[in-house]
Design a protein around this ligand. Structure first.
Ligand code: GLC
Length: 787
């Protein structure tokens, strides 16, 4: 009997565990400066402050040892040389860059960060930085009544994250995805605050389980971690666009995706045989429904062994992939991290032989159950393991595969904790750390290994990577889908704020499983979801094993027609989208934007979760309830043109909008321009025309730029791209367009202008030459063919 032993007097039994004491950092004792870093010695340790750039400042404090200026793998920026003015008084030390000011109060030590205009961004009052001797760290900041919080990656719930507490710990959640389900697959310990129209950002660079608490205190929020330092960066903004730029300068920009990755993708868990895949693609062709990729879920493998094909189900993958490619369809196989424990399986043999698998300190492998049964997991924190894993993708590249789907990379393990043992010791490139510390990085590092490997193997072609798990910075390697949602209208609704907040967290390339993954979808839901999917950055229909099929034709002619129409529209809108992806690559601005991104001074937008902007001037307001043909749409200031009817709607107010099942409400801001194309069966088919639609207003100026390049190589990085800048001036009866090209690439397409809102007599002058237009009196559009 245990009770007969000293176990009877075990401390902390029966919930008597002592409440952990939270210790304040105390007073500042001294400060010094070396190599651009300012060191503040305090009662409880040293705080380092460093300006990374004029609008980015970093504050780091390790209460348990030396404060280091190392960063996690999320950060790619090296600090710039910033001239900092230092001014000390009895009470405080002031540090000023040209765009920010940090005021350090000495007693107690508290940090206040201001922007250029003297606005307080983050401030500490009653509490500041604190910790427990058990290793928890806390940072408290003042919270204004006017603060709204966004970002935090992939979270359920509404747009504004205020009033909730959020955890970062990558977790496989098959069910449910409810408003309180947290955490999910991704960790982005980053948020943007919007206060009275001004925005700033905060990134907490800590890879342990972290908590963001916007709930517990009335006038303070707190971010905390189970271990590691307090290490955060503040981005001065002042616009949401500036914040995204600053944050993605720090954590990296996304590459421009290959064009085929922006087309329509069809997936299912699983298309189980070569025959099934061929028939699927054939049906798309016969029905003339555009398609760019088909996904192979876990059944393609031999016993779920990654880097293999089941030769009974897929006798000739190379031929299949080549034949599909002929039709403009790529194959994207799933690759999970779990490697089947099988002494006769080469990947397992190599991993063991060369010591690439995750191990305990004592030397034994961590073995967990996933699809293949008992599996070992590559240690992606080890450079050699990463390059081994990357090289292994030769198996796929040699078959003609250009896209990979990483799943289960939280990592997911079928056990109580749902993941790897936290005592596993990762190599961490020679600086060993526990899984408890590096868990949240596993997906990011797998992404790095896969993307880098594929990039090498594709000889200059752009790889496409899709991932479920990730950490801040994942945008450098992968698109993100929001995991195992369900075929519920509620999940369609939830996908909007989720994707918008992912976008505000630097992940511009994201989307949800169209139609819903688990549960049976229905024709109406699939039609409405496809309308949304066509306008979200990543567009894939995916469905789980055992549920109703949900290919575009699964619910009969009535729905098929609508679904096809919207998949075609996706292809019409690709030039507009592609330009936005180029912008995301350059500036970090999301493709799918909450309205507050463009209208941060309009309080109506602050929690508007059920409509979004595509770029700056296109507003999409989907219907997301069954049997519904009307909805309220908020249009921000300005005038908005109904994309379908050219009706002019007054902004700055709500409207009741009518939209039968075949209609997705879309509005374009008056005065702006959008570049569209003709629908094609695949992005591999010839792209012959650009139609720039101009939505004329009485007078005023506007500018629009179309971006294009070869869509498949990295030549754009060397200036081989094409930018067509349009400067547009509207007068009463005249439209003047001045064009300017930039870059060395020349696309094949012909350019036409479609002037909406003009008249037959409207004069159009392009580059000083008056043009002869064609007046379409049915649609009231004046057409001008250029070049
Ligand atoms: C996970 C993924 C899902 C996939 C399934 C089988 O549930 O999230 O997309 O289809 O695993 O691989």
């Amino acid at each position: 009997m245990l009770e007969d032993t000293s176990f009877a007097i075990l401390p902390d039994r029966e919930g008597k565990r002592r409440k952990r004491d939270v210790i304040d950092i105390g007073n500042m004792l001294a400060f010094s400066c070396k190599d651009e870093v300012l060191f503040f010695r305090c009662d409880a340790g040293v705080v380092n402050v460093q300006f990374y750039d004029h609008p980015i400042v970093r504050v780091a404090f390790n209460p348990f040892g030396e404060t280091s200026m190392k960063t996690s793998r999320a950060v790619v920026m090296r600090p710039k040389k910033v001239k900092v003015d230092v001014h000390e008084t009895e009470e405080q030390v002031e540090l000023a860059s040209p765009q920010m000011k940090v005021v350090v109060k000495k007693r107690p030590f508290r940090v206040q960060i201001y922007d250029q205009a003297g606005r307080l961004l983050v401030g500490e009052e009653a509490r500041g930085m604190a910790f427990t001797y058990e290793g928890d760290v806390y940072c408290y900041k003042g919270m204004d009544q006017a603060d709204h919080f966004y970002g935090l990656g992939e979270k359920t719930g509404f747009l504004n994250k205020r009033g909730e507490k959020w955890t970062m710990w990558n977790t496989d959640v098959y069910a449910p995805h409810n408003p309180e389900t947290d955490p999910l697959y991704q960790s982005h310990p980053y948020f943007m605050t919007l206060r009275n129209g001004w925005a700033h950002g905060l990134f907490f660079d800590n890879t342990y389980r972290t908590i963001f608490d916007f709930q517990t205190f009335e006038d303070e929020y707190c971010f905390a971690a189970e271990g590691g330092p307090i290490d955060y960066y503040v981005f001065a903004g002042p616009t949401p666009r500036d914040v995204l730029k600053q944050y993605t300068n720090l954590t990296g920009k996304m590459p421009i995706p290959p064009k085929w990755a922006l087309g329509y993708h069809q997936s299912r868990y699983s298309y189980e045989t070569e025959q099934e895949v061929r028939e699927l693609v054939q049906t798309f062709i016969e029905k003339d429904i555009p398609l760019d990729a088909v996904y192979l879920d876990i059944h393609y493998m031999d016993g779920y062994r990654v880097f293999t094909f089941d030769r009974n189900r897929f006798p000739n993958p190379k031929q299949l992939i080549a034949d599909l490619k002929q039709e403009g369809v790529r194959v994207v196989p799933i690759v999970d991290p779990g490697v089947k424990v099988d002494p006769e399986y080469a990947i397992y043999q190599e991993g063991v032989r060369d010591d690439y698998f995750c191990k305990y300190m004592e030397g034994n492998h961590f073995i967990g159950e996933v699809w293949p049964g008992k599996s070992a997991f590559p240690d992606f924190t080890n450079e050699q393991a990463r390059s081994w894993w990357g090289d292994k993708h030769r198996f796929y590249a040699d078959l003609g595969i250009e896209g990979i789907w990483n799943d289960m990379n939280e990592p997911s393990v079928f056990n109580e904790t749902k993941t790897m043992d936290i005592t596993v010791m990762h190599d961490n490139d020679g600086n060993p750390k526990t899984h408890r510390e590096l868990h949240n990085l596993y997906g990011l590092m797998m992404g790095e290994a896969t993307y880098t490997g594929m990039k090498k193997l594709l000889n200059g072609k752009r790889p496409f990577l899709l991932t479920r798990a990730g950490f801040s910075g994942i945008q450098r390697y992968a698109a993100v889908w929001t995991g195992d949602n369900r075929s519920f209208w509620e999940h369609l609704q939830m996908s909007l704020p989720m994707c918008m907040n992912l976008g505000l967290s630097g992940v511009a390339f994201c989307g949800a499983d169209v139609g819903g993954f688990a549960h049976d979808t229905n024709g109406e839901l699939l039609a409405r979801w496809t309308q949304v999917g066509a306008f979200t950055p990543y567009f894939r229909n995916h469905c789980a094993i055992g549920f109703r099929r949900q290919e575009p034709w699964a619910f009969g002619e009535k729905y098929e027609r609508i679904i096809k129409q919207y998949i075609q529209m996706r292809y019409e809108w690709l030039p507009y989208l592609y330009t936005l992806f180029a912008e995301a690559h350059e500036t970090g601005a999301p493709v799918m934007r909450p309205l507050l991104f463009e209208y941060p001074d309009d309080p109506h937008t602050y929690n508007l979760y059920d409509e979004f902007l595509l770029g700056d001037n296109v507003l999409v307001a989907p219907i997301m309830t069954p049997n519904t043909a009307y909805r309220a749409v908020y249009l921000p200031r300005g005038k908005w043109i109904d994309y379908w009817t050219d009706t002019v709607w007054e902004g700055g107010q709500y409207h009741l909008v009518h939209a039968e099942l075949d209609k997705l409400p879309i509005f374009v801001k008056q005065g702006s321009a959008i570049a569209l194309a003709n629908a094609r069966r695949s992005t591999d088919m010839p792209d012959e025309q650009r139609i720039v639609r101009l939505y004329k207003k009485c007078d005023g100026k506007t500018a629009y730029t179309i971006y294009d390049d070869d869509g498949q190589t990295f030549a754009y990085e060397k200036g081989i791209y094409f930018r067509l800048h349009l400067d547009i001036r509207y007068d009463e009866n005249i439209v003047r367009i001045d064009t300017k090209t930039e870059g060395e690439y020349r696309p094949d397409w012909k350019l036409s202008f479609a002037i909406h809102g003009g008249m037959a007599q409207t004069t159009v002058i392009v580059d000083g030459n008056e043009q002869h237009g064609r007046w379409d009196d049915k649609q009231n559009i004046l057409w001008i063919d250029h070049n």
